[in-house]
Structure formats: structure tokens, C-alpha cells
Design a binder for this molecule. Structure first.
Ligand code: MG
Ligand code: MG
Ligand code: MG
Length: 306
């Protein structure tokens, strides 16, 4: 039976490349594994796969009747639909422990590192399987993306070490140039509908029984989205109106290393509770905020009493 290795909804570079790399490792260990993803690729991921010669994994959004391995997430809200009607074989992740559960024991491997790619590098090494050069290339890109070229507080020495080794294997001489190429692709917003921008990197969470969405746009300069700010706010309002208590959109300036946080909420006071600052109109600037996982989710969970 085919095993689908699959990343989270609104796939990002890590969730797609982790699926490809882990399916490759599992295949070389004798499993009938294929990579899958839950939607269209974002422009950064497309660039990365093109550069290293991979085509997009097949799209799978329903786990009913399937055997699956989850990578880069462990929250049901981000997993394929009907996971309970399929069989969860493994989880490999670097986020908080979410709410997936199983009836039997499984391989469940998470580490507090900056990227699933770093864990996959380790799993190749532990299993004594050589990482193909093109797989090393996409894993390197995933780590540079998730850690925002080592600037995110989620980044660890293990991530940096993995990058050094992967760059050698992939034949990448200039990591910084590769990262800038990715950030430019990531920052492409021209002509993209606001809702697509909001969902480009978006996650739903259950916080204290309330559905809370958090999107993030990482940009080399916030001036890129000045013209579409109002449209983005409308998109956030619409998504909020679709059964959510709150929706946050992190407009992250990669160069200034901070986030302009756009908020639509039934209870805007959670913003002050979580970040110690009041909304200034529709947004609030949070200096130093780069990471949803480490700097947005935990304080919000606490503010929601979760
Ligand atoms: Mg991810
Ligand atoms: Mg990741
Ligand atoms: Mg990210």
C-alpha cells in the first residue's frame, strides 16, 4: 500500500521539501512512499523545486483510507481531512506537539530546531543513506527559508551545521545568494489576490476552544504591500467571518526584523495580553518578531487561556 508523506495545509517550502526528502529516504529503506502536498505551491517553493529539478508532488487533501506520514506539523487543523479514517504511521516535525492521536504506537519524532529539513538530514545520516545532491539542495533551501537565513529565534546551531554540510553535498557555494533569490521569490505580491496572499502561509489553531488563524507574509520590504493593505485587511475580515474568533496576519519585514501584526478579532484585548502593546488602528508593530511558531503562537495561546 502506498504511503503518503505529506506536509501541512497552505504548503511552504519546508513542508513540501520534507515530504519529498522523507519519501525518498523511506523508499530507499524499502517503503512504497510518495511525497504529497495539500495545495498549490507558493512562488518560493516553486522556485526551489525548479532550481533543483523536482516537479510538484501530487496534491492530496483527504486521508480517508490512506496510510500517511505527517511532516512539518502535528496539528489536526493543518493535517489532511479525515485523518481519523486513515492510518497515521509517523510524524516528523519541529513544532509544538499538536492534537493528532493514534490507537497504537508510532514513530513520532520532533525536535526544537528551526526546520524539519534539519531533522531529515539527521534521519538520512542515522539510517546511513547518502543524501542525493538535489535533495540536499532543497533541504538547504527549506532551512534557509524557515530560519530566515539564520535570523529567526527558532534557528539553532544544529540548523547552521546542517546547512554547511548540505551546501557541500548540493554544490552550493553562496548560501546567502541562494537565500536572497528565495526571499525575492517569496516577496512577489504583484497581481496576487489579497486572499491568496493571506493563505500563502496560513495556519489555523485551536486556542482555548476558539478557532484562530495566523497568516504570515515575509517580505524584503513592507513597502511592497502598501498598495494592497486595505485589500489584505478585507481578506482578513472575510476569513475571520468564516467561523473564526480571530485572524492575525503577520506582515514580517525580513530586513528590519520585525512584524506589523494585522488583527481582526472578537476580542482585540488579546493583542495587548499577548504582546504588551495596543493595536494602533488595524495593526501593531512588534519589534523583533520573525517567527509565528515561537513568538506569535505561544503568547497568543496564553492570552486565550489555552
Ligand atoms: Mg512549515
Ligand atoms: Mg517548518
Ligand atoms: Mg515559515
Amino acid at each position: 500500500m502506498t504511503v503518503y508523506v505529506i506536509g501541512h495545509k497552505s504548503p511552504d517550502t519546508d513542508s513540501v521539501t520534507a515530504a519529498i526528502a522523507y519519501a525518498g529516504l523511506k523508499k530507499s529503506l524499502g517503503m512504497d512512499a510518495v511525497a504529497a502536498c495539500q495545495g498549490e505551491l507558493n512562488p518560493e517553493t516553486q522556485m526551489v523545486l525548479d532550481k533543483f529539478g523536482f516537479s510538484a508532488p501530487e496534491i492530496v487533501t483527504d486521508a480517508a483510507g490512506k496510510q500517511v506520514i505527517l511532516v512539518d506539523h502535528g496539528d489536526l487543523a493543518q493535517a489532511p481531512d479525515n485523518l481519523a479514517d486513515g492510518e497515521l504511521l509517523e510524524v516528523v516535525d519541529h513544532h509544538k506537539i499538536g492534537d493528532v492521536s493514534t490507537n497504537g504506537p508510532i514513530f513520532f519524532y520532533t525536535k526544537p530546531v528551526g526546520c524539519t529539513g534539519t531533522i531529515l538530514k539527521e534521519l538520512y545520516d542515522v539510517n546511513k543513506v547518502d543524501i542525493p545532491a538535489n535533495v540536499a539542495g532543497i533541504l538547504l533551501c527549506a532551512i534557509l527559508s524557515d530560519t530566515v537565513m539564520f535570523k529567526s529565534p527558532t534557528c539553532t546551531d544544529e540548523d547552521k551545521k546542517a546547512c554547511d554540510e548540505l551546501a557541500k553535498t548540493a554544490g552550493v557555494a553562496d548560501m546567502e545568494a541562494l537565500a536572497m533569490e528565495m526571499f525575492k521569490a517569496k516577496s512577489a505580491v504583484d497581481g496576487v489576490p489579497a486572499k491568496d496572499l493571506l493563505f500563502r502561509d496560513y495556519k489555523d489553531f485551536d486556542m482555548g476552544g476558539k478557532k484562530v488563524g495566523i497568516g504570515q507574509l515575509e517580505l524584503v520590504d513592507l513597502s511592497l504591500i502598501e498598495d494592497v493593505r486595505d485589500d489584505l485587511y478585507k481578506a482578513v475580515e472575510e476569513v475571520k467571518a468564516d467561523g473564526r474568533h480571530s485572524v492575525f496576519l503577520m506582515l514580517t519585514d525580513i530586513m528590519k526584523e520585525g512584524t506589523d501584526l494585522m488583527v481582526v478579532s472578537d476580542d482585540p484585548s488579546v493583542v495587548e495580553k499577548a504582546f504588551g502593546k495596543k493595536l494602533e488602528g488595524k495593526t501593531v508593530w512588534v519589534d523583533g518578531m520573525m517567527s509565528r511558531k515561537k513568538q506569535a503562537v505561544p503568547p497568543l495561546q496564553e492570552a486565550f487561556g489555552a
